[in-house]
Ligand binder design. Structure first.
Ligand code: NDP
Length: 281
C-alpha cells in the first residue's frame, strides 16, 4: 500500500481565538480513532471571512467551527443551513455534504445532551434562561425542540429577550415569555435554571439573582466552562439542585462536530478528558 500523507482538515475561524480549547479536544478524538485529521485554530478578521471560506472550499476542508464574531455573518457564505440553525439565527459548525458547505448549530444540542448525561430529560419541563445572547438562543430553541413545555427568558436588554422568546414561539410548539432582569431578580417558577451569561467566566462572580428560589430537585446548568465549577453551580448545589457544567456542554457539542466531520462515533471520554486537562491547575 502506498503511504498517504494527506491530512483531512478541520478547524475554527474566529477573532480572538488564541484561548479557544476546542482543538485540543478534537485532536484527542482524532488520535483515539486513529484518523489522519487535523484541527487548525485560525485567527480570521471579520473582513477576511469570505476569503477564509473560499480557502476552506479550495482545501476541501471536512468542516470547521465558527466563533466570535463570525457565527451570524458566515450564513450568506454557506450553501445551506439546518432548520435549527435558521431558528437560532447563528451557525457554530459547518460540515461538507456532497461538496456543499452546510451550517449547523451544535451549542444547544450539546446542552441538551449534557443534561441527558446526568439523566435529565426536557420533556414537559419549564426552563428559565438567564441571558439572551448567542448561547441562550441556541439553548432556548433546542430545549424547546427537545420537548420543554415553557422557556422563560430573563434578560437585561428587553429587545434581545423579547426577540428570543418570539423566536421560540415562532419556531417550536413550546410556550415562551420574556421577563426583565432587575437586580437580585427572583427566579421564575422552573425545573431547570440556566446561566447563559458570561458572568463567572474566569472569576468567582455569580449572576445577580435571588438564590433562595433554588429548591432541591431543580437542575442548575451553566454555560461558563472556566472554571468548570462556577460560583453559580456551587451555590445551586449547596441548595440541593443537580448541577450541570458548561464543560460537559462543550464536550458534547465537540463530539457532535466530530461526528459531522468524520462520520464516525466520537470517542467521548478521550475528548472530555483532553478538554479537562486544558483547564487543570
Ligand atoms: P453574548 O455576548 O452573545 O450574550 C451574553 C448575554 O449575557 C447577553 O444576553 C447579556 O445581556 C448577558 N449578560 C452579560 N453580562 C451580564 C451581567 N453582568 N448580568 C446579566 N446579564 C449579562 O455571549 P454568548 O451567548 O455568545 O456567550 C455567553 C457565554 O457562554 C460565554 O461565557 C461563552 O464562553 C459561553 N459559551 C459556552 C459554550 C459551551 O459549550 N459551554 C458554548 C457557547 C458559549 P444583555 O442582552 O442584557 O446585554
Amino acid at each position: 500500500m502506498p503511504k498517504n500523507y494527506r491530512a483531512e482538515l478541520t478547524g475554527v475561524f474566529g477573532d480572538p481565538v488564541d484561548g479557544n480549547p476546542t482543538g485540543a479536544m478534537e485532536e484527542a478524538g482524532f488520535r483515539a480513532r486513529n484518523l489522519n485529521y487535523r484541527y487548525i485554530t485560525a485567527r480570521v478578521l471579520p473582513e477576511a471571512l469570505g476569503a477564509a471560506i473560499a480557502g476552506a472550499r479550495a482545501m476541501q476542508m471536512k468542516g470547521f467551527n465558527l466563533t466570535m464574531p463570525h457565527k451570524v455573518r458566515v450564513i450568506p457564505f454557506l450553501d445551506g443551513i439546518s432548520e435549527a440553525a435558521r431558528a437560532i439565527g447563528a451557525v457554530n459548525t459547518v460540515y461538507r455534504e456532497n461538496g456543499r458547505l452546510i451550517g449547523e448549530n451544535t451549542d444547544g444540542k450539546g446542552f441538551v445532551e449534557a443534561l441527558g448525561m446526568v439523566g435529565v430529560s426536557l420533556d414537559g419541563k419549564r426552563v428559565a434562561l438567564l441571558g439572551a445572547g448567542g448561547a441562550a438562543k441556541a439553548i432556548g430553541v433546542e430545549c424547546a425542540l427537545a420537548g420543554a413545555a415553557k422557556i422563560t427568558v430573563v434578560n437585561r436588554n428587553r429587545a434581545r429577550g423579547e426577540e428570543l422568546a418570539g423566536a421560540i414561539l415562532k419556531n417550536t410548539v413550546a410556550d415562551a415569555e420574556y421577563l426583565p432582569w432587575e437586580g437580585a431578580s427572583s427566579i421564575p417558577a422552573c425545573d431547570i435554571l440556566v446561566n447563559a451569561t458570561p458572568v463567572g467566566l474566569g472569576s468567582g462572580e455569580k449572576p445577580d439573582i435571588d438564590y433562595t428560589g433554588i429548591a432541591p430537585g431543580m437542575v442548575a446548568a451553566d454555560v461558563v466552562f472556566n472554571p468548570e465549577w462556577t460560583a453559580f453551580l456551587n451555590e445551586a448545589k449547596s441548595r440541593g439542585a443537580t448541577a450541570v457544567t458548561g464543560l460537559g456542554m462543550l464536550a458534547c457539542q465537540g463530539a457532535r462536530n466530530f461526528e459531522l466531520w468524520t462520520g464516525e462515533r466520537a470517542p467521548f471520554d478521550a475528548m472530555y478528558e483532553a478538554l479537562k486537562a486544558e483547564f487543570a491547575e
